[in-house]
Design a protein around this ligand. Structure first.
Ligand code: IMP
Ligand code: MG
Length: 179
C-alpha cells in the first residue's frame, strides 16, 4: 500500500495538552506517590513527556501486552509478553497508554492489575477513539478524542514505523493512479 501521512495533532498541541494532563495529575495526586505502569512500546513517548511534568514522586515500570483480534479462540484476551519487574500491591498505579481503540487491552489489563491489590488504579491515555469501543472501559484522563482514523507518530506505529514522528498524523492511502 502506498500512503502518506497528514498531521492531525501538532507537536505544540500535544505538548500543551500534556502540560494540562500533568497539572491535573499533580493536583489529584498531591501528597501521594505515583507508580507509572507504561505499556510498551507505543506509550513511551507520551509517558516520558508526562513524567517530566509530574511533580509528585514517581516510580516507573514497563509492561508489554498483546491482544488477540476477532476470530481467534481467545478473542479479546490479552497476553503479557513482558511482565512488570515490581509488585504493585499497595501502590498508587497509573497505567499510561497511547490510545484506546476497542478498549479490550485496557479492559483486561485493568482486571489483571486490580487483582494484585494496588492502593488505587487509574488510566491515562494520550488518544481515545470512542467510536471504536466494543467493551465498557474509560480512561480517567485522556489527551484527545479522535475520530475513527488510523494514526501514527508520538509513539504510535504502522507496522512498527513512524513512532518517532513528533506529531500525531493520520495515514492516508494514495489513489491507485498516484503510485
Ligand atoms: P484496543 O485493545 O483495541 O483498545 O487496542 C489498543 C491498541 O491498538 C493500542 O495500544 C495500539 O497499539 C493499537 N492501535 C489502535 N488504534 C491505533 C491507531 O490508530 N494507530 C496505531 N495503533 C493503534
Ligand atoms: Mg499499544
Amino acid at each position: 500500500m502506498s500512503y502518506h501521512i497528514e498531521e492531525m495533532i501538532s507537536e505544540e498541541a500535544v505538548e500543551a495538552r500534556v502540560n494540562g494532563l500533568a497539572a491535573q495529575i499533580n493536583a489529584d495526586y498531591a501528597g501521594r506517590e505515583l507508580h507509572m505502569v507504561i505499556i510498551l512500546k507505543g506509550s513511551v513517548f507520551f509517558a516520558t513527556e508526562l513524567a517530566k511534568r509530574v511533580t509528585v514522586p514517581v516510580t516507573m515500570d514497563f509492561m508489554t501486552v498483546t491482544s488477540y483480534g476477532d476470530g481467534m479462540v481467545s478473542a479479546g484476551e490479552i497476553t503479557v509478553k513482558k511482565e512488570l519487574d515490581e509488585d504493585i500491591t499497595g501502590k498508587e498505579v497509573l497505567i499510561i497508554e497511547d490510545i484506546v481503540d476497542s478498549g479490550r487491552t485496557l479492559y483486561y489489563l485493568k482486571r489483571l492489575l486490580l487483582a494484585r491489590d494496588p492502593a488505587s488504579l487509574k488510566i491515562v491515555t494520550l488518544l481515545d477513539k470512542p467510536e471504536r469501543r466494543t467493551v465498557e472501559i474509560q480512561a480517567d484522563y485522556y489527551g484527545f478524542e479522535i475520530p475513527d482514523r488510523f494514526v501514527v507518530g508520538y509513539g504510535l506505529d504502522y507496522a512498527q514505523r513512524h513512532r518517532n514522528l513528533p506529531y500525531v498524523g493520520v495515514i492516508i492511502q494514495d489513489e491507485e493512479g498516484d503510485k
